[in-house]
Structures are given as C-alpha cells and as structure tokens.
Design a protein around this ligand. Structure first.
Ligand code: UDP
Length: 395
C-alpha cells in the first residue's frame, strides 16, 4: 500500500487530518469515503432545476469563536456575511428563536424590560427549588421557565429525539442561548458565515494536493477493496471517522443515533417563508423545521421563478440509515465507555469526528479536534516515532 496514512471518512474531521498530514507533515494520504462525494453531512450541491445551493444532509451553518479554526478555514474559502436567525411557528404565530426578549414579550403579550423578564423567568424556574438541573427538562425549565419550555422546546424535542427528555443530557439545550435583549442571532460565536462559493468548493480545495488521493464509493468494511479494514490493519496508520460501534462490529452493543429525513420540494414561487429556517415546535406538525435554501445566500442572484424548500423529519436511526445525532442515554454512555476501552487497545488506529467519538460536534469543533489530533498524536508519531495510540475515542 502506497500510503503513509489512511483516513476513513471525508467529513470535516477527515479532510482536516488529510490536509494537515499532506501539507504540514509531508505524508502521502489516502482518504476513502463510501459515499459518492466528500464533505460528509456538510456536503452541498446546486439543486438541478433551480441552481439553488442545497445542503443535502440538512442546513449547515459555519460559526466559531476559535481563532485558530477561523484562520485555518479561511485558507480554503472566504465566508459571506450571513448571520443565522431562526423563527418558530407556534400555534400559527411566528416568534424569534432562540428565546430572547422579543420571544418573551410576544409570548406573554407584554413589554417587560430585561430585568423584569429575568425576574419572571426566575420565578417560573423556582419550581426546581434551587436544585442543580440534572437533565434536559430541568435545564430547560431553569433557563426559560415551564410555559416557554412547553411551547417552544418540549414538543420540538420530542419530535427531534423521540427519547424521554429526562434521559437526554442537559448539554443539548445548553446549545441554545437565552437572551434578555432583542438580539436574535442564533449563534453566540465571534465569527460566522457561509462559504462564498459553496461547501463543496471549500472541501475540494482542502484535498487538492498531489499527496492526497481521494477514493469515493469505497467502503472500509468491504474486504474486496485494498483500503479495507482487513487489508489496512497493521499495514498503515488509520484515522477512522466512521461510527465507532460499527468499527468493532457492535460487540459492545449499538449506540443510539437519530437520523433525519429531508423532503425536498421545488415550488414555482420566489419566496415561500421569507427566511432560511422556520421551526415547528407543536406536536400536531410532524416535521421539526422547514429550510428554504435561497435565503442562505441573499447575495446571489438566484432565479425568481422558483424556490427550494426541505421539510425535516427526525427519527431513530436503524442499521443502514445515516447516523446524525448521538442520543447519549445512560445505556449509550455505558456502551461508549466499553468502546473507549476497545479503541485504546487498538494500535495504529485513531478515532475522530462526530461518528468516531459519538459526540455532538459542530463543524468548527470537528476541525478543532482534528487539528489537536495532528498536534498531539500524528506529528509526534511521524516525526519522533511515538507510538500511535488512541487515548480512547475522545482523544
Ligand atoms: N430546540 C427546541 N426548539 C427549537 C430549537 C431547538 O426544543 O426551536 C432544542 C432541541 O432539543 C434541539 C436542541 O434544542 O435538539 C439543539 O438545537 P439546535 O438548533 O442546536 O440543533 P441542530 O441544529 O444541531 O439540529
């Protein structure tokens, strides 16, 4: 095998490792992906009829406060000045998300000042009697009180996770800011934007290097191909970014994942909903949100004759489905500990990315964690001969 490093999976984690390994460490890298394209779930392409860029696996918005990551990605693409804002349609009325002073005042039909609104939510959160929130429900109530939780979070989360919210980690809701002002930016990060000429052009520039070979439609678990698990084991160092339980043939059980189904529609109108993402937090609407892709790029001169929308439905992933979100119940966490032990014992293989570590990583986190793997594991191995071993799947 004519490679110094095999990277399994071409999502942002795998692309970053491959790019650094070739450019910085001077290695010959083979990247394999079982899909027909690079970029993992961040992949996008023009919709055939309209030319509108659609994110094939659901909307991906780039945002980060990590200066190293921001400088790194800017080597490969410029970013537009798109600022993500989300609205939510509750009982036929549209509110801004995440919960901010506008949401609170609209919901309670009031004109609370920031401190009045804080006091109101604190009174509503008093039902927790000062107890440290231990799960998703308690965290939600502590942040926004029960009425707002029940309107905007409870059913949305039931649709999104179909898991008892008491079993969900508090960290999921901590992703959303709560603001006592009228700032309705979805993210708190220092930098955000969308790649000027699309995600795929960005990703192609990352692997446009004579020492990087990308092999698509190539499955690591297909022993008939030369870069398979069977053929690579012990022959070449591997960075594996696929599902960790799949790597070990599910020997410690299956980890729970959510997947999404996206129902695409091209409509013969210029504008369907006036914004890029509208959430549907009520129980009687089966989808969680509708994306309208033209609004991600207001700077482009897209056709005015048509628009592309996608309704997003969420469900438990079965074998063969694309895993998107780690569920992380208590049982999952126990399984993950077993897989971490197995990963530690697997020499010459490192595990990374959302699937390889069973972590809800955003794009910038996947890139940051790949840069750390290069610093802490790959460089010492290739320049000083350090043993290549995982500190567990969260290394
Ligand atoms: N969430 C919610 N209502 C909303 C938006 C989000 O209840 O209108 C909850 C839901 O549990 C979701 C979590 O907050 O899984 C994180 O939302 P985010 O938008 O970050 O999820 P993603 O975009 O990654 O699917």
């Amino acid at each position: 095998m004519n490679a110094d490093l095999l990277v399994v999976g071409s999502g942002l984690f795998g692309l970053t490792v491959a790019e650094r390994a070739a450019n910085d460490l001077g290695l010959n890298v083979v990247v394999i992906d079982r899909r027909h394209h690079i970029g993992g779930n961040a992949y996008s392409e023009p919709e055939a009829q309209t030319g509108i860029e659609v994110h094939r696996y659901g909307a991906h918005l780039f945002h980060t406060s990590n200066e190293r990551v921001w400088n790194y990605v800017n080597q490969f693409t410029g970013f537009t000045n798109y600022v993500h804002k989300v609205y939510t349609n509750h009982h036929g009325i549209v509110y801004p998300m995440p919960v901010n002073l506008h949401t609170i005042n609209q919901f309670f039909n009031a004109a609370y000042s920031p401190s009045e609104a804080r006091q109101l939510i604190a009174e509503q959160a008093a039902e927790l009697e000062g107890k440290e929130p231990e799960n998703f429900v308690e965290k939600g109530i502590s942040l926004i009180g029960r009425p707002l939780y029940e309107a905007f979070i409870m059913h949305y989360t039931a649709k999104q996770w179909q898991t008892d919210p008491e079993q969900l980690p508090a960290s999921i809701i901590s992703r959303l800011p709560v603001r006592y002002n009228y700032d309705n930016r979805y993210f708190n990060d220092t930098w955000e934007g969308l790649p000027v000429d699309g995600y795929t052009a960005w990703f192609e520039r990352m692997v446009d290097h004579p020492r990087i070979e990308v092999k698509l439609d190539t499955d690591f678990f297909d022993d008939a191909q030369p870069f398979s698990k069977g053929a690579a084991a012990g022959q070449v160092p591997v960075v594996y970014t696929g599902p960790v339980d799949r790597y070990f043939d599910f020997e410690a059980g299956e980890l729970g994942w959510r997947t999404i189904d996206l129902e695409e529609e091209v409509l013969p109108i210029e504008d369907f909903q006036g914004t890029s993402v509208m959430n549907y937090p009520d129980a009687d609407v089966p989808y969680t949100r509708i994306h309208e892709f033209r609004h991600f790029h207001p700077e482009r001169s897209y056709t005015k004759d048509a628009t592309v929308i996608m309704r997003e439905y969420s469900r438990f992933a079965e074998k063969g489905d694309e895993p998107y979100y780690p569920i992380n119940t208590d049982a999952d966490r126990a399984g993950l500990l077993a897989y971490r032990d197995l990963a530690r014992a697997e020499s010459n293989v490192l595990f990374g990315g959302r699937l390889g570590t069973y972590k809800y990583l955003d794009m910038h986190m996947a890139i940051g964690s790949a840069l750390s793997m290069v610093d802490n594991k790959l460089r010492p191995h290739f320049t000083e001969g350090a043993r290549l071993e995982s500190g567990g799947v969260d290394a």
